[in-house]
Ligand binder design. Structure first.
Ligand code: SF4
Ligand code: SF4
Length: 307
């Protein structure tokens, strides 16, 4: 089968697996990858990554270090928007409502990798999902699935930004898609509506000011006062800059079981502060949010209740 037909079949396979979007980029990619790498370096120099030291990995700047003889990268977007995206007193970012997206995406990407191996003898592939050191959003843009919005999330023109990204790097040439172009235009809603002014300039989020960073990654026992005052119910992540984005107005809903809001989220309230470590661990076992340890949940809930 020729390269073009195989690339097309591969994309059909990805959609059948349940991904909302899929695109392909060639390695080393266009000059925009170099620009995005420079932007990452500036972000790190400013210490906007705060305590996320893993962002400094040099591998993030060189995709070819991820797989021997890497030639192409396939990007997929998994739609995590479900029908009950809540508006409760204790708010949880939408990406955390369903099953652990790492597990869901990995399973689907493994199916694609095994399929590719049958089609392409000697095909080597490597799955990357957000814990891997990859310049993810830049490669998503390069693969044409969407552009990096001014809030720094990837936006697809039909699906909006409620997408978790996954990647397969392969050692075979495939037919690349056109890189996506920005459609933010003159809009600056995300910048205007961020309660902590964490988007310091278009495309640049200072994690030290971001509620999502503090509720998920901050390992200190208390929050800085400028964050605590602005939590407004957010105990895990923050969706404000995406909620206000016009490209999310008509984002389609994923009705698959794995995207449904987990039961424990429906039970979450001020009394959850007294859940034991064992109860938290049990409730979070199938959740992306197990990254937030029980003591952090208590800290976050306490901070929201006391503001
Ligand atoms: S996630 Fe919330 S705090 Fe962070 S940049 Fe977006 S709106 Fe601001
Ligand atoms: S709110 Fe406006 S500026 Fe921000 S990402 Fe969406 S379209 Fe772009």
């Amino acid at each position: 089968m020729n390269k073009k037909d195989l690339s097309q079949e591969l994309k059909e396979k990805a959609l059948k697996e349940g991904f909302a979007v899929v695109g392909i980029a060639s390695i080393p990619g266009s000059s925009r990858i170099k620009l995005r790498t420079k932007a990452l370096e500036r972000w790190l120099e400013n210490n906007y990554h705060s305590e996320m030291k893993w962002m400094e990995s040099n591998k993030r700047k060189r995709i070819e270090l991820m797989l021997n003889d890497a030639k192409s990268v396939i990007t997929v977007g998994y739609n995590y928007l479900n029908e009950n995206s809540q508006n409760k007193f204790l708010k949880i970012a939408k990406f955390g409502h369903g099953e652990d997206y790492h597990k869901v995406i990995k399973q689907k990407l493994s199916n694609i990798g095994n399929w590719l191996e049958k089609k392409l003898p000697n095909c080597k592939w490597k799955i990357c999902i957000d814990s891997s050191p990859l310049l993810e959003k830049a490669w998503a843009e390069e693969s044409g699935i969407g552009w990096i919005g001014k809030h720094s999330n990837v936006i697809n023109r039909n699906h909006g930004s409620w997408l978790s990204l996954g990647f397969i790097i392969v050692n075979k040439e495939l037919t690349p898609d056109e890189p996506a172009k920005s459609l933010c235009g003159k809009c600056e809603k995300c910048i205007e509506e961020c309660p902590t002014k964490a988007i310091t300039e278009p495309f640049v989020v200072n994690s030290n000011l971001c509620i999502a960073y503090h509720t998920i990654e901050n390992r200190n026992t208390t929050f800085p006062s400028h964050i605590k005052q602005k939590l407004n119910g957010w105990v895990a992540g923050c969706d404000i800059c995406q909620d206000v984005c016009p490209w999310n107005n008509y984002a389609p809903i994923n009705k698959d079981t794995e995207a449904k809001t987990q039961e424990w989220i429906k039970d979450l309230d001020a009394n959850s502060i007294s859940w034991t470590d064992e109860e938290w661990t049990e409730k979070l076992k199938e959740s992306t949010l197990k990254r937030i340890k029980p003591w952090m949940w208590r800290r976050n809930i306490k901070a929201v209740i006391k503001t």
